[in-house]
Unconditional design. Structure first.
Length: 654
């Protein structure tokens, strides 16, 4: 790869010179050598990484078994370890005073809080005691519904400590959605707060849990951390105050030795059809994926202060707020608020205040900030400690990439656009910081151990060589891949392994350019991405169709300047309905069934939807109508072609 195309940005010359220690990779050649080893000798490579980066109490005897074809992969077989020990104890033993977490509250006037590794060990131990005291055993699933505060991280780690499986539900989900997840996980214990604070507003977490738990008779304990001190409803016997319980348990609880393949956590994500799927991740494989990508993609060192602005309710927060930074023993910033509160320069102020070396965020936030911030606003803010900037969740347009590189990093920090998924556990395609030449808009090259394929969607054949476009797949197992979908292994097989036999199917389309760089084009299924939130069109349709006045509905993701994609609902109503009122009710219906972030931006009421003669809704035509395209292709298959004109009229006047 000597003759790179013109759109390449090299790593700034001063990057290595200014590095506070020594980068983990010496250069691009180093990456290529390691990458080749990881693909040609995966067992040797992964075994070495696992023994180097993780502490096993019992060494594994077999690096990996199983195949993508059978979806039965297991890693580090025979190994025994504890994820919490790896993330807390071993650093607390070595350097108890090093900051593990820095809490930056929603309101900066409230002041930040530092939690050292030594303190974290004591908190997590006590909490582990509390959970055990309430009957939580190895393998039980504990649901966590909390805002971004250090206690959320403690809750996750306390579960891991005693071998309970955590299921974190994003605190923006509605009571109904939370209830479904508590029920599906069969959790007896839920951990929450009295309230949360976000962007100056209050989130009523406990109230949502109360409502959700009404439908979940197995819930025996709701552990409540007092965040605001608000007066909240209380169910004696079931509800317990975090602080009062913690006092009753010792400051050290030994970690439970887990099998490498024991599940570490469950995380729900949207699929292309039906109900959200609960994805299970393993202990050793997942943790290694987090550690390896933290080391090589982000170049994390123990002295670093890593600021990932993702929420712990999504995979980004799991892997890059909790597991990667803590497994590698650096400091993780826990930010409770939003990018625009109290001002649009909040991210920069946090980076300055805590001398952050890394910042990791989503293009949806960058687009918003790009509109509102001028270079002058940043003049007096010192972000010179920043070394690595990460982007995640959706494609980043080249002009947004360049803005990020300039406004956030002053062209001193490198940008790594990280492509991955809930199911992959850790990065799949990303630049290795300080090593990979960057191309704005491209996620660049595969991560270590990730063997990618571009497949022709029609023939199912792999497209070899460069300058090819198709669906993105992975052709070798990797340690941090999800192991199953809770209660539905068939769905796991059908979603990922039965689409193209012998490959893991990502659901995304991608282009591999002349330099072997990857450009993610977006989903090829019915998954949409709104502000980095992964949503399923059929799930939203399911919520809308429950409204008694709706005859038919289709949800379409349309491009949106700010949120990447936006949800549009096109509905036909039963005869006696008033369109305006019903449209409003439908927005509320989605908010209460799923959460505010899934609410349609636009609801178009039409007489009928475009359908084939057999009654199938033709979404392709709706998508084109909504995005202003007027080339509809063959419309002769429509049962009633006049419907299309009416829809175009409705779009024009909306
Ligand atoms: O479509 C891809 C998009 O987000 C999907 C995964 O969503 P989720 O499981 O919620 O995880 C998001 C955080 C890892 C992918 O199938 N996606 C994620 N990262 C990128 C991306 N699309 C383009 N570029 C990215 N860097």
């Amino acid at each position: 790869m000597t003759d790179m195309s013109a759109d390449t940005i090299s790593v700034p010359a001063q990057w290595r010179a200014q590095h506070p220690t020594t980068p983990h990779l010496t250069g691009l050649l180093d990456y290529h050598t390691l990458y080749k080893e990881s693909i040609h000798f995966p067992s040797t490579f992964w075994a070495k990484q696992a023994r180097e980066l993780l502490s096993f109490t019992q060494d594994f005897h077999t690096t990996s078994i199983g195949s993508l074809e059978n979806g039965d992969n297991a890693w580090f077989v025979g190994g025994g370890l504890n994820a919490c020990f790896n993330c807390v104890d071993r650093h607390a033993i070595q350097d108890p005073h090093r900051a593990a977490l820095i809490y930056e509250p929603d309101d900066p006037a409230d002041g930040s809080r530092i939690i050292t590794y030594g303190e974290l060990l004591r908190h997590v131990s006590r909490l582990a005691g509390v959970l055990r005291g309430r009957g939580v055993k190895k393998g039980d699933i504990v649901t966590i519904y909390m805002p971004m505060i250090p206690e959320a991280v403690m809750a996750v780690l306390a579960c891991a400590r005693i071998g309970a499986v955590h299921s974190v539900v994003f605190a923006g989900f509605s009571a109904e959605a939370l209830g479904d997840r508590i029920q599906d996980a069969n959790s007896a214990v839920v951990i929450t707060t009295d309230e949360g604070r976000r962007g100056g507003r209050t989130i009523s977490t406990k109230r949502v849990v109360d409502e959700a738990a009404r439908e979940c008779p197995q819930v025996t304990t709701v552990l409540v951390y007092k965040r605001t001190g608000a007066d909240i409803p209380w169910m004696a016997g079931r509800d317990l105050w975090w602080d009062e319980e913690m006092k009753q348990y010792p400051a050290y609880t030994p970690p439970e030795v887990m099998d490498s393949e024991d599940y570490l956590f469950l995380l729900y994500t949207s699929g292309s059809t039906g109900k959200p799927k609960g994805v299970f991740h393993s202990t050793a494989g997942y943790l290694l994926g987090a550690a390896v990508t933290g080391k090589y993609v982000f170049d994390i060192h123990p002295q670093d202060r890593f600021f990932c602005s993702g929420d712990i309710g999504w995979i980004t927060g799991h892997t890059y707020v909790v597991y990667a930074p803590l497994a590698l023993g650096c400091t993780s910033i826990i930010f409770e608020g939003t990018p625009t509160y109290p001002s649009h320069t909040r991210f920069w102020e946090i980076v300055q205040k805590h001398a952050c070396t890394h910042f990791y965020g989503a293009p949806t936030a960058f687009r918003l900030l790009k509109r509102s911030i001028a270079k002058e606003n940043l003049q007096n803010i010192d972000t010179s400690q920043l070394r690595v900037l990460g982007s995640v969740g959706e494609p980043i347009a080249p002009e947004v990439w360049k803005w990020y590189y300039d406004f956030m990093g002053n062209e001193n920090a490198v940008v790594t656009d990280t492509y991955w998924q809930t199911e992959t556990g850790s990065h799949i395609i990303a630049a290795c910081a300080g090593v990979t030449p960057m191309k704005p808009g491209s996620a660049t090259l595969p991560c270590l151990g990730i063997d990618l394929a571009i497949i022709d969607p029609v023939t199912g054949e792999e497209l070899k060589g460069n300058q090819v476009e198709g669906v993105l797949a992975i052709k070798q197992p990797w340690p941090s891949m999800a192991r199953t979908i809770r209660g539905n292994h068939d769905r796991y097989m059908d979603s990922y392994f039965n689409v193209y036999k012998g490959y893991y199917f990502t659901g995304d389309a991608a282009f591999r350019d002349q330099d072997g760089y990857y450009w993610i084009r977006g989903r090829v299924d019915d998954v949409v991405n709104v502000s980095g939130h992964r949503l399923s069109t059929s799930e939203i349709e399911g919520a809308i169709i429950e409204h008694p006045g709706v005859a038919e509905a289709a949800i379409i993701g349309v491009p949106d300047e700010l949120t990447g994609q936006a949800i549009n609902a096109i509905v036909s109503l039963k005869n006696d309905q008033t369109p305006e009122t019903t449209a409003k009710e439908l927005v509320i219906k989605v908010r209460t069934t799923i959460g505010p972030f899934a609410a349609p931006k636009k609801v178009l009421v039409v007489r009928d939807l475009p359908k084939t003669r057999s009654g199938k809704i033709v979404r392709r035509i709706l998508r084109k109508a909504l995005t202003g395209e007027n080339e509809f292709g063959d419309t002769s298959t429509l049962a009633d072609p006049s419907v299309l004109d009416e829809i175009l009229e409705a779009v024009a006047s909306s």
